[in-house]
Design a protein around this ligand. Sequence first.
Ligand code: CP3
Length: 362
Amino acid sequence: MFCLHYFPKLKNDAFLRACHGQETNHVPVWCMRQAGRYLPEFREFRAGKDFFETCRSPAACCELTLQPLRRFPFDAAIIFSDILVIPQAMGMDVQMVAGKGPTFPEPLKEPEDLLLLQPKVDVNKELGYVFKAITLTRHKLDGKVPLIGFTGAPWTLMAYMIEGGGSTTHSKAKRWLYRHPEASHKLLKMLTDVIVVYLLGQVAAGAQALQVFESHAGCLGPVEFQEFSLPYLRDIARKVKDQLKESGQDVPMIVFAKDGHYGLEDLSQSHYEVVGLDWTIDPRSARERTGGKVSLQGNMDPCALYAPKERISEIVKKMLEGFGTRGYIANLGHGLYPDMDPENVGAFVEAVHTHSRHLNLK
Ligand code: CP3
């Protein structure tokens, strides 16, 4: 697969260098959900529009991706989209219900329901709108910072497709793992196949890094993680990298398994350059457990953004001392919440840049 686009030259490569463990002048920083409802301009732009209609408009995705970069000196942009566009591409109806979140009117109930899914998804046709959004955004970014593409991981998507929405126990989806392990593997494999083509399409469209969100790792235990999550995470990275190598491309990949601390050692050996961490892991022990094999990303508690700015600065300093400044990308341990003060997000970004430059000089 060849990249046919000529994009503006990249001016700030700190994020990509950190992904590869190379030296940088400052620690790069971005935030999960940086394009989101905490920004008044986001709320204004999204007002009255259907969420997935917005996802299907490349111009709207481009505008929403760029909004946070106009305010803050983030070192990376992440394309505005959603992980649930994949179940949609496989034939499922998904709606964003205000006050409730993503909702599947007809979730998968029993293994026979797998027959209702598209057996062969034409990813270019179904998800071409995401590729168009990426290409447009990469041009509009004008080389300011790299653009990150993303996907949900198979287990996380499977959980949504069976639960039909958010869940605290994920008991319907976990029931499949214990009662229908074969059908579970079949579904996970179907998802993996679509995800690989989807990620390669994102790179061909202009994505310069890829993040895989295993947001529901936390409801699995180590044994189920080994069987139903890790093999597919590995498969995705290996297949994407093999294909990219053939066309001489090097695109770093990040795996973020939320609350998957039990799997940290394995995640650091799963072909990803970067392991994203939530805030329940101590930076020093994360470094020890991953043995310098990967770069790390994270992991300030998003709620620390409710603290006064001086306190945010202290927390960031401690976090940087714990991770060190090499092979490290600062981020939150999960996404920003809608009630967060944009000023404090700015204070977070500034603290990362200032403290890391100071630590680098020492
Ligand atoms: O990070 C970014 O700025 C890029 C955009 C992005 C969105 N969703 C936009 C969005 C990304 C990377 C996602 C990924 C995503 N979507 C995940 C994985 C990350 C995670 O949070 O663990 C998950 C689980 C989803 C599914 C999803 N989409 C949920 C649970 C929600 C929240 C529903 C709610 O009402 O709070 C969404 C909606 C969503 N996706 C919003 C945004 C900015 C907010 C709704 C809106 O804009 O109206």
